[in-house]
Structures are given as C-alpha cells and as structure tokens.
Design a protein. Structure first.
Length: 284
C-alpha cells in the first residue's frame, strides 16, 4: 500500500518551462530589482515606473518622462536632428551611436523642447541613459546650451532631468568642454533673472554631476538615485577609508546639504508646478 501511494500518477501534468516562456509575451512582466516583486509592465508604466511595493524608481525613457510632466499636445521639440560626429575617429564609435539610434529611436542622449506644465510655459531638457549611458558629448552640450538660450528668449523656467555616466570619452576634450559651455549658459540665465530647476535621476555622475546638474536654483533628485563624480572604489582607494553604505545616494546628499529635496516621481509634476507658480511674477 505504501508503494502504491508513492507510485500513483500525478493528477495534473506539468508544463515544460520552455513552453511557458513561449506562451508569455516578452516584456509582459517586470521584476523589481529591489524588492523582487513581479508586476505587470503595463501597471508599472501607469505608475510612472515606480514600484508599488517598495517605491523603487525604474529607469524611464525621455519621451515618457516628458509625457508625464508636460500638458498633452503642447510639447515642441528642439534640434531633434542634431547628430554626433566622430571628431577623433574613435574605433567603433559611429557603429555604437547608430545602434543606439535604432534601439532608442533617439538621435542623441537628450531631448529638449518647450511646452506647458499645468498651463505654464517651460523649457525642458531630459537626458536618456539608454543612449550611450546618457554620456555628454558635443551634441548633448550644444542642445542643453541652446535650450537655456531659448529659456532666456522666452522668459520661461528651465527644467533639466539628468541621467548620465559623465563626459563621453569617445569625443575627448570636446566632451569636457561641454562642462564649461553649459555652465556659462546657465550663468547667462541667472544674470537674466531666469529660473533653473535641476533634477538628478539614477545615475548622475562624472562631468555632468560636476557641471550643469549641480547648478540649479533648486537641486532635486529622485529617491535612491546614484549621484557623484568618481566611483566608490576609486574614492576608497584614494582616501584609504571605507565609505558609508548609502554613500553617493540622493538621501545621503540631502542629509549632507548637497540637495534641496528628494522628490518621488509621483509627486514631481506637482512639486515643479508649485515652484514655478511661486516664481510666476518673473515670467508674467
């Protein structure tokens, strides 16, 4: 009898794992890297790519971010057709940028333009880490500079979302020069009495964090964003000390006075609208 108990056939047949993979469309589900919750990608998108279980902020494409902030039908993009050249004849650089254009549908690592936010005119720039890890080459710096100049011309607030691995090594010193160029343009905006709101998202590092991303009249960041210049390991080797676990996170920077506020993506539009409304006399 005992033998019969263990030799009974299973009532339900198992489905091979390969078959399961074939039946579930790719991209239908997303697993949160922080809390490991598995959720419908469609539901995650509705929640602006913020995990409903733990609040983790997943990466967001530039146009999706713009759609979440700018009033429908009001966004006009600037300099959409600007494309990086290969000034140093760097091996495989053209092939890599071409591949990123096909993958992302973008010509560069930033989207700039103007539109209305809660019926108020703004100029906005959004970096996209899917394109060369959001690295800052000549075109990125030029598009930011032109957007700042447009904000001065229109007498509108300038809002910039950064997401970058830093300066683009394939363009050498030309990439590093964008740090000075964008910073000089922001000085012109400040002298003109303009408003610059900088929001750092995950990650914002290197030459971007050391230049325009840190020069806002308001400096914000999304929760958990990695923000810093050099890498953790390099800093530890240099100072010969172990760094805190939360070092270079948005929360660490806020605690040490390097940010004005850590703002959830779900509260971002309301926060920005409130700040622009406070300064509305500048733009009337």
């Amino acid at each position: 009898m005992l033998r019969d108990l263990f030799s009974k056939k299973k009532k339900y047949a198992t489905i091979p794992s390969d078959q399961v993979k074939m039946d579930i469309p790719e991209g239908l589900m997303t697993k949160c890297p922080k809390c490991k919750t598995i959720m419908y990608t469609k539901e995650l998108k509705k929640n602006l790519y913020v995990c409903a279980s733990c609040g983790y902020h997943h990466r967001m494409a530039a146009h999706e971010r713009i759609d979440s902030l700018i009033d429908e039908g009001t966004f006009v993009e600037f300099n959409q057709d600007m494309i990086s050249k290969d000034p140093l004849s760097f091996p495989t650089y053209p092939e890599k940028t071409n591949a990123d254009r096909k993958k992302t549908g973008l010509n560069e690592a930033i989207v700039t333009g103007q539109g209305k936010m809660s019926n108020m005119n703004v100029v906005i720039a959004v970096m996209d880490a899917r394109f060369r890890m959001g690295s800052m080459g000549s075109v990125v710096g030029e598009k930011i500079t032109r957007a700042i100049e447009k904000a001065i011309e229109l007498n509108a607030p300038f809002i910039l979302f950064s997401a970058s691995g830093g300066a683009r090594m394939q363009e050498g010193v030309l990439s590093l020069m964008q740090m000075a160029k964008t910073s000089a343009a922001l000085k012109k905006l400040d002298s003109a009495g303009g408003l610059f709101i900088s929001i750092m998202t995950h990650p914002t590092t290197g030459g971007v964090s050391a230049s325009f991303a840190s020069l806002g009249d308001y400096n914000f960041a999304e929760p958990g964003a990695l923000i810093g210049f050099a890498g953790r390991r390099i800093i530890e080797q240099t100072i010969r000390q172990e760094l805190p676990e939360d070092f270079q996170t948005a929360e660490f920077l806020l605690k040490h006075g390097q940010l004005d506020k850590v703002v959830s993506r779900l509260e971002m539009k309301q926060t920005l609208t409130t700040i622009i409304d406070i300064h509305s006399e500048k733009f009337s």
